[in-house]
Design a protein around this ligand. Structure first.
Ligand code: EPZ
Length: 425
């Protein structure tokens, strides 16, 4: 969908106060939607966030012949019975990283897939060698050549897949294919993120037999057929964290409702270490920092779940630019995930980046400035910086933010933020 050019305008200094409700998870929805192709019966998914990545996946499923009806905030119905396609075009695939989940889903559905290489945030080289290794272990021919990934198998057979590194996408793709393979598959060194567990629960609600999701070893007993289902995806861990950071950054008092507090433990621990107040409730988290005291500087090392999530490294780095002292961030997951810090120097931040390490010398205050978003979570980081800064920040390319946050400005305005869009051409 071609959008008019807009910028996001943020006027800083307002403490955020009140309640916000978190949306369904982007990184779980983009795995569950392709998974509906593993059945020939309709499925209904609830709590699907109204974000651009979801709309692109809906277009992809329709291109393949599935019938899809989406009522944002209500439900997403996928009827895969007419889906006899097995190719995904460059035009669609390059709009998001999760387009490559159609590889595992189509392999599981019809033993073949041809998907253009995926797009997604430019935060590193993001190879897919482990995905291909997993498909080949299941008996498929798989390769990436000329910007197209092809995978084909006479028959998918269960096997053991040992990932050389922990990969969320690789784990998801192999789960999708193995769910319909003949026999048992073990995935060793599996990713354990909440959305891996959510996908396993979704597949099991379709009649799959998956055990161990959330641990290092996932066992999948492939099924001849899977039936339709109705399922609600879990809340978005990264949106929850972003809202928590916005609350802390503006010295506010915000309760984020509809979240799963245990998914946030690594971030909650860091915010407490910095001096914020974080209180877990049943399905909510309250973040307060009413005092004018500056935060303590802290060190962060991103890790696979349950460690500190790489997707929250960028938003929290904004908070560290005004902490009292020097903070060190080690980004162990992606090799190029500090581009937002260049933009924050325009707001006065003192940062030095060396390879996968960022050293942030805290200053008392950021100042509003024109800045440009380079990727989804960089956009979130610049939003946090704008909410904190003295004066007005213009955020260019805010469409990156729309890929992964549902109505984020409305949510922030309801908490007292001065944030809006302006058409510029
Ligand atoms: C998923 O990306 C998420 N995207 C990312 O969120 C998230 O940052 C990441 O997992 C880690 O949690 C979606 O779920 C759509 P990986 P993914 O495979 O699957 C390397 C966001 O902001 N690797 O776990 O691409 C890879 O290059 C996005 O919502 C290989 O070398 O992450 C990276 O360095 C950004 N070979 C590391 O592993 C492979 O075959 C982890 O990547 C696969 C991955």
């Amino acid at each position: 969908m071609s959008k008019t050019k807009e910028i996001m305008i943020v006027t800083g200094g307002q403490p955020l106060e009140g309640e916000a409700r978190v949306s369904g998870g982007k990184n779980t929805a983009v795995a569950v939607i392709p998974a509906t192709l593993l059945s020939d019966e309709p499925s209904v998914i609830e709590n699907v966030p109204d974000i651009d990545d979801v709309h692109v996946l809906i277009d992809i499923l329709r291109d393949l012949g599935a019938k899809v009806e989406y009522e944002p905030g209500v439900r997403l119905l996928v009827d895969p019975r007419g889906a006899d396609g097995w190719q995904v075009s460059f035009r669609r695939a390059q709009k998001l990283r999760a387009s490559y989940y159609l590889l595992g889903a189509l392999l599981g559905r019809c033993n073949r897939a041809e998907v253009a290489s995926p797009g997604g945030c430019k935060i590193g080289t993001r190879p897919i060698d482990q995905h291909l290794k997993g498909f080949m272990a299941l008996g498929a021919e798989a390769e990436e050549r000329g910007g197209i990934i092809t995978a084909e198998a006479k028959e998918l057979r269960g096997s053991s897949v040992f990932f050389d590194i922990v990969t969320v996408g690789g784990t998801i793709n192999v789960m999708l294919a193995a769910a319909r393979a003949h026999g048992r598959t073990y995935i060793y060194n599996a990713a354990k993120e909440p959305h891996i567990v959510d996908l396993a629960n979704f597949l099991n609600s379709m009649g799959a037999r998956i055990k161990g999701a959330g641990t290092d070893v996932i066992r999948i007993d492939g099924q001849e057929r899977l039936h339709g289902t109705t399922y609600a995806v879990i809340p978005d861990q990264i949106e929850t964290g972003t809202l928590m950071i916005c609350a802390a950054a503006t010295h506010g008092d915000v309760t984020i409702r509809g979240c799963i507090p245990t998914h946030m433990d690594a971030l909650s621990a860091k915010l407490l270490e910095m001096g914020a107040h974080v209180q877990d409730q049943d399905d909510a988290i309250r973040v307060q920092h009413k005092s004018a005291l500056r935060y303590r500087a802290v060190n962060i090392k991103t890790q696979v779940y349950p460690g500190f999530p790489t997707d929250l490294q960028q938003p929290i780095s904004a908070l560290l630019t005004v902490a009292n002292g020097t903070s060190v961030i080690q980004e162990t997951i992606f090799e190029q995930r500090f581009r937002h810090l260049d933009e924050m120097t325009r707001m006065g931040a003192h940062v030095r980046v060396m390879d996968r390490t960022a050293i942030i010398d805290g200053i008392p205050q950021l100042f509003g400035a024109p800045v440009t978003t380079t990727d989804l979570r960089a956009g979130a980081a610049l939003m946090v910086a704008g909410l904190m800064a003295q004066g007005v920040t213009q955020i260019y390319e805010p469409e990156y933010i729309d890929r992964g946050y549902e109505h984020i400005e409305e949510k922030l305005r309801a908490l007292g933020a001065q944030i809006r869009r302006e058409v510029i051409e």
